[in-house]
Design a protein around this ligand. Structure first.
Ligand code: AMP
Ligand code: MG
Length: 319
């Protein structure tokens, strides 16, 4: 029997019983549990095979709850929360003593977000605790943007995926931390740097590959298909390097018009937003076609193009 269901009350019941439920958000599906239940939180880590040193994002129904969770809100964090919540932005702030160390991997900060999805907002307002929810995929693999992706990953491990349709933004939230009350981007994501800077002025970006990253999304290889994947400027040229291979190509807006290739065009009209929302579903699709290689086209380095390139880069073997 399918574990996919639209029944919010059933999700409330399971979460109250310290079980996990996969939840829809506008970024990707999350694997959610009660932040105050040690059992639920431990089972998030074990289900995902996520290392314990990687902290989780806390999801709350409204900015009003923030005061219960953090001890200090810099002025620019207030401006950002008012501008972009509910939405695809996570703020990392000094945590209150109520937040268990398991959630924050022992850090003195907590990552928090108000997601912009009607089903999950309704769920959160029916619970008397916030939800910890990392992306609902095994650690390192492609994030899920449809309920059936989660079912494919976890049908034997969890009881329910709350169905909220396809994720409209399709890539993870942009994570913003603060140093001396000044915002710093830890992970580029569904909210663009340009939009953030329009509210708080120039912001620095720490979104680089590191051996010991602050955020797992910063690992060099993450969000990765099983099929060997390349990221290039000129897809047609790279195709020539793989004679006699079954090739999948992932392009922004222009088709290569080559019947020998398995091709997905991310946005025929050239919209970065549409391309982002189709990105992971297209990677899932190509990854399930027994191809020898996937060749992805690099996006223009502007707006969401930067975030898409970041995810594509981490999907590749070589860098
Ligand atoms: P995921 O939801 O799986 O995409 O992962 C959540 C992201 O938030 C990870 O990259 C975490 O490392 C990051 N994160 C959560 N808490 C913190 C924190 N206190 N400081 C920095 N990054 C955090
Ligand atoms: Mg993730």
């Amino acid at each position: 029997m399918s574990i996919i269901s639209k029944d919010i009350q059933k999700a409330v019941q399971l979460l109250t019983d310290e079980q996990l439920v996969a939840i829809p958000t506008e970024t990707v599906y999350g694997l959610a549990g009660n932040i105050f239940s040690e059992k639920a939180i431990k089972s998030i880590f074990s289900t995902k095979k996520r290392p314990f040193f990687n902290p989780l994002i806390v999801h709350i129904p409204s900015v009003a709850i923030l005061d219960d969770i953090v001890t200090h809100i810099p002025q620019k964090a207030k401006l950002l929360a008012n501008a972009f919540w509910p939405g695809s932005m996570t703020l990392v702030l000094k945590k209150s003593s109520k937040i268990p160390d398991l959630i924050t991997a022992g850090k003195d900060t907590v990552a928090v977000r108000v997601p912009n999805h009607p089903t999950t907002l309704a769920l959160l307002s029916n619970l008397d605790f916030p939800l910890a929810a990392p992306s609902a995929n095994p650690f390192g693999s492609i994030s899920p943007t449809k309920a059936k992706h989660v079912e494919g990953y976890f049908k034997n491990a969890i009881k329910m995926v709350l169905d909220g349709g396809s994720c409209t933004n399709g890539i993870e939230s942009t994570i913003i931390g603060f140093e001396n009350d000044e915002p710093i981007i830890y992970r580029l994501g569904a909210l663009s740097l340009e939009d953030i800077e329009a509210v708080v002025g120039k912001v620095s970006v720490k979104n680089k590959k590191e051996d010991k990253p602050d955020a797992p999304g910063m690992l060099a290889r993450h969000y990765a298909p099983k099929t060997r994947t390349f990221l290039v400027n000129d897809v047609a040229l790279e195709v020539q390097n793989h004679p006699n291979k079954k090739i999948g190509v992932l392009v922004f807006h222009q088709s290569l018009q080559d019947a020998a290739l398995t091709e997905i065009v991310l946005s025929k009209k050239g919209s970065m937003q549409e391309a982002a929302s189709n990105l992971y579903a297209s990677m899932h699709e190509l990854d399930h076609q027994n191809l020898d290689v996937i060749i992805a086209e690099r996006f223009p380095e502007e707006g969401l193009g930067k975030s898409i390139n970041d995810r594509l880069q981490r999907a590749t073997f070589s860098s």
